[in-house]
Ligand binder design. Sequence first.
Ligand SMILES: *Cc1c(COP(=O)(O)O)cnc(C)c1O
Length: 374
Amino acid sequence: MNISMVDLKTQYHHIKTEIDSEVLGVIESTQFIGGPKVVAFRENLEQYLGVKHVIPCANGTDALQIAMMALELKPGDEVIVPAFTYVATAEVIGLLGLVPVMTDVDPDTFNIRVDHIEAAITPRTRAIVPVHLFGQCADLEPIMVLAKKHNLYVIEDNAQTIGADYTFSDGTRKKSGAIGHFGCTSFFPSKNLGCYGDGGALMTNDDNLAAAARVIANHGQSKLYYHDKIGVNSRLDAIQAAVLNVKLKYLDDYCAARRSAADYYDGAFSGIDAIKTPARHPKSSHVFHQYTLQIPGADREGLKVHLAEQGIPSMIYYPVPLYKQKAFSSNWNGGELPVTEHLCNTVISLPIHTELANEALEKITGTVKLYFAG
Ligand SMILES: *Cc1c(COP(=O)(O)O)cnc(C)c1O
């Protein structure tokens, strides 16, 4: 039995006929940039997310950068981010000369918290980037209220959570990425909606922001050869759009498959005190981009080795707090955020993807349980 963190090959074989015909169609058309496949994907994703505008671009990191450029954030402006996240979130902040202000996260959901955000607001704060980590939404309703009160922009980093729903206290349900001023996502192959190369998108309900983002993603060009702003070159190519058009139809099934693997894990680990299984926030559905355990009292390296000996991969997302990355040394005052530190030292992610068979789940959970029994 071959167990991997993600299994894109089996997934491809299930949709091979459709994918091959779509991709070959693009090659035959030779319309590799722009064109009907990209337009169709943009419209399909707008409909799926219930959002007014989707702006496809080259990757998720670009999406974040384009959002911050479209919002006209200026050097020295402060942007609040969680300290426990993938580097891309803060990288573009640094790249644009903005100041990443890193806050602690929730010990149960791993997500940024409104109380920590509020404590981090200064007169220079301009935006908040809630990252929907590992497959569930940060608690956005109070964050949107706080942002409105302080006149701040909210840019959702939705790279790991596309397809999840967030329920507001009045019962309204919205898709993650369709709630803030901008949502940003990635179609990196291993993401929940992954293409066969790099890809990304922004989403917004604001007509002006959408127009600004489109101009920036296309060399700051308002009409052909008229450049109003310094922009970037960031496009989703037609082959990737063709792949995404097929895979978007299966996104809900893919999320359900991940959730059912997570349910299996939860059940198998429920009696083991040394293992803390991932909490599910009542307002968000969980699409399990990662299945991440906390094992505070245990030897994490030992578990990794024990699993590897049985051919089971595992990963540490993320071993180092953002503020301890060398690249951000100038943004760090030497203080530590306790929950972020704790998570960096105690998390371990198990294989989770759309093709996990019960035998694989049995083997993984059995091997983990043996470690904690021994
Ligand atoms: C993957 C990811 C990104 C960046 O996406 P790319 O397409 O790889 O540039 C940004 N933020 C988070 C949280 C991610 O997981």
